[in-house]
Every structure is written in structure tokens, then in C-alpha cells.
Design a protein around this ligand. Structure first.
Ligand SMILES: Cc1ncc(COP(=O)(O)O)c(C=O)c1O
Length: 263
């Protein structure tokens, strides 16, 4: 019989009779393998339970003496949260603001079809800190990348006058932009691509950290290229920092040859 019986918080959180605080790291892993899609390979035998400070997590691991269900130990969080949101775990300014806005300001959730006073506050702040002319808020990393991809294509057709449907966006080998179909169409990682084709057309790859590679593609197909979308530091194929002169040279090339560089 199916159904949902859920109550409690923290270790007392109990879902259909299973108390979360009673699970061993192995049991967590088993539930994830049985009930979750396998789109990530997390660290084995490590289950994070809480935050100690901005870059230290408390994690449960198997007890080496095999007496307790698990032991708890500190885990250094080098990402200081997650990918692009590396503001530190439980950043006090953010936590205080969220609580204040929810409890005191009673901030409503509305669709974009109704104007919200905090959108103006957000736009003033975001353009102020980035020096950008305009900003569009997005939730996920891949969503912002995908929008940028579309804007670059449209810019190519409307401003650079690329012939209809002939536009090319260039990416770098070893890139990671997320898991949407467009992002995996730009990927060269077989694990991200296998059995997801056919892919989005109009994408070409050049070797990361190789200025000649992009220069030569431009010489061959420059009139069709609207953008080079590249991570300043690649984060999924390892942590790969390009040579100091790479991005300035590529940026110079993009200005001269009229295409956008974005990350
Ligand atoms: C460089 C980069 N781009 C895009 C993404 C995708 O972000 P999200 O998972 O929020 O869609 C990630 C996520 O790790 C990332 O590291």
C-alpha cells in the first residue's frame, strides 16, 4: 500500500516509519541507489548532517570499531557551499536577511506577471556590483548558461547578421555547463552525452587554454560565430586554471572579430 507518513525534524524526522537519525552511512547510500536517479557519484561513506562553520561540515562515517551506527567527524568544505554559490555555509548575512524577510517583511511569492518591489532592489544591486547594463535573475547555473546561449544566438542573427540558422557558438574542451540538452551538446564528456543524442546543432569545440585553436576556427568560420562560452577556471574536469595570458588574448580576439565571450 502506498502513502506518506512524515513527521519530526532533524534526526527525529521519520518518513514512513524510517527515522533518519537511525540510518547508517551505508543505509543512506542504499536508499539513494534504490530510490534516486544515478546522476552523481558522491563520496562514499560520507553523509553530511550539519554545518559547523562557513567551511566545515559535520559528516557521518562508518565507525571503524563497528560498535556505533556511525561516527561524526569534521569535513573541510573547500567549495564553501556549492559551485557558483560559494558564499560560505549558513552565511550569517544571508540567513538573517532570509529570516527577516520571511518573518518581518512577510515577503510574498508572486509570478513575474506581477511587479514586486524587491525586483527593483535586486536589479539596482546586481547591476551595481557587476557593472552590467542589464540583469535577468535565474535560479540554476545551467539556466543562466542556457539563456546566455540563446541571447548569443539572437545577437548573432540580429547584430552580426549571421545567415538564418547558420549560427555557431564555440565552447572549450573539458567544459561543464550543466545537464540540460544544450549544455551536454557542448560537452565532450562521454558520461554526460551517451545516449542523449541527437544534440543541439551549431556548436563547435576548441581546445581549452589554446589561443591558436580558437584563432584558427575563427579564420575558417568566423562569419558564423556569435560567441565563445568558456569557464575562466574549469571546475569539473579537475580544477584547471588557464595560463595568465589566455583569457586576455581570447578576449582581444573576440573584440576584433566581433563575437561575444561569456562564461
Ligand atoms: C561551471 C558550472 N556551470 C554550470 C553548473 C550548473 O549549475 P546548476 O547545477 O546550478 O544548474 C555548474 C554546477 O556545478 C558548474 O560548476
Amino acid at each position: 500500500m502506498s502513502g506518506l507518513n512524515i513527521n519530526g525534524y532533524g534526526d527525529d524526522l521519520t518518513v514512513n516509519g524510517v527515522r533518519i537519525g537511525d540510518l547508517t552511512p551505508r543505509e543512506h547510500e542504499k536508499i539513494e541507489l534504490d530510490k534516486g536517479g544515478q546522476n552523481y557519484s558522491p563520496l562514499e561513506n560520507v553523509v553530511v548532517s550539519k554545518v559547523k562553520d562557513s567551511s566545515t561540515l559535520i559528516a557521518r562515517k562508518p565507525d571503524p570499531d563497528d560498535v556505533k551506527k556511525y561516527i561524526e567527524s569534521e569535513l573541510l568544505d573547500g567549495l564553501c557551499c556549492y559551485s557558483a554559490v560559494n558564499q560560505g555555509q549558513l552565511n550569517e548575512t544571508i540567513v538573517d536577511s532570509v529570516i527577516h524577510h520571511l518573518k518581518e517583511e512577510k515577503l510574498p511569492t508572486v509570478p513575474r506577471s506581477i511587479r514586486h518591489k524587491y525586483m527593483s532592489a535586486f536589479l539596482l544591486s546586481a547591476t551595481g556590483v557587476t557593472n552590467m547594463d542589464k540583469v535577468i535573475p535565474k535560479v540554476a547555473g545551467v539556466e543562466s548558461w542556457e539563456l546566455t546561449f540563446k541571447i548569443c544566438r539572437r545577437w548573432g542573427y540580429l547584430k552580426k547578421r549571421i545567415p538564418k540558422d547558420k549560427g555557431i557558438i564555440v565552447g572549450a574542451t573539458g567544459n561543464f555547463h550543466g545537464r540540460s540538452l544544450t549544455a551536454v551538446s557542448m560537452s565532450d564528456d562521454p558520461g554526460s552525452r551517451d545516449n542523449f543524442g541527437p544534440f543541439v546543432p551549431g556548436i563547435e569545440l576548441v581546445e581549452f587554454n589554446n589561443v591558436e585553436s580558437i584563432r584558427s576556427l575563427f579564420e575558417k568560420k568566423g562569419e558564423f560565430i556569435s560567441a565563445f562560452m568558456v569557464e575562466p577556471i574549469q571546475g569539473e574536469a579537475g580544477v584547471i586554471v588557464p595560463d595568465d595570458e589566455y583569457l586576455p588574448k581570447v578576449s582581444e580576439l573576440c573584440k576584433k572579430t566581433q563575437y561575444i565571450i561569456s562564461s
